[in-house]
Design a protein around this ligand. Sequence first.
Ligand code: ADP
Ligand code: MG
Length: 303
Amino acid sequence: MPNIIEIKNVTKKYGEVVAIDNLSLTVEAGEILGILGQNGAGKTTLIEMMEGLRRPDIGTITVAGFPHILNNRDYYKKIGVQLQNGSLQDELKVGEVLQLFALFHNVPVNRALALLERFHLSDKQNTMYQNLSAGQARIVQLVLTFFHEPNIAFLDEPSAGLDPLARRELWDFVRQHKAQGQTVILTTHYVEEAEEMCDRVAILDKGQVVRLGSPRQLIAESVTPHKIAVYHQSGVRFDLNTLPGISRQEEKDAATFLYTDNYLATLKHLTTLLEKRSEEVSGLTVQKTRLEDVYIKLLGKQD
Ligand SMILES: Nc1ncnc2c1ncn2[C@@H]1O[C@H](COP(=O)(O)OP(=O)(O)O)[C@@H](O)[C@H]1O
Ligand SMILES: [Mg+2]
């Protein structure tokens, strides 16, 4: 697939704050790219520069063949934008907001109404935008992002404030757009969401991409494939580092986590050992390691 976005050596500062630090990244047409990172990592700055809303101090960004140009009408027909804190005309009804955007994009408002129905908000057409719940407002913004069928959609924390079912519907919706060949760039704090939904994720830290790849690649190169949790009385300590397969042991108050390359061999020895101290142990789980484990290992022990 050709690259639809090319970011080359981009730096963006706000005064002394370096928000994006000599960052290069390409996005392939048709992929879902997730941008992860802590608060202040630079996610919004990066995505808003791709959208054309902020200008890099240094470096170049090309999106869908457009060099980085602010306020280019042709460009805004090709993209859809859901801002992190997108505020709309509070004094307008939902139906009026949709009309306004339909005029702007020059597409029939029926498309927006159909999407509103898909997300079960048809009955809100006559509701003032300001009277929507935070989650409902987020959905209306999503409708406004997608109804003109952009080639590329930029979503800054699209699932923030959504209830679990609405979040599921959002994922299905984004996947459906990908199936139609559209490219989606999103930021999220829900690492499990990125793992499930994204073809690739970029983990950002202090304005730099510190990991880039498919969730499966990142897991494989960063952590062992399985994690065993031993739940026990608070304060109890087990020394399990010497069991076969273990590469790392982590202690929580009432749990011990073991990262292992060979969970069957580890379990065999572990159960024998735990049987001797069964009154101190309350449970045991084996899990495949997740992208969240990569994220926490990478970013969890800073400062
Ligand atoms: N308009 C702005 N003026 C000054 N500093 C800003 C502005 N926008 C962002 N920053 C700073 O840039 C850094 C990156 O912010 P941001 O891109 O919003 O990160 P994220 O979206 O990952 O939380 C932060 O330190 C933030 O305080
Ligand atoms: Mg942000």
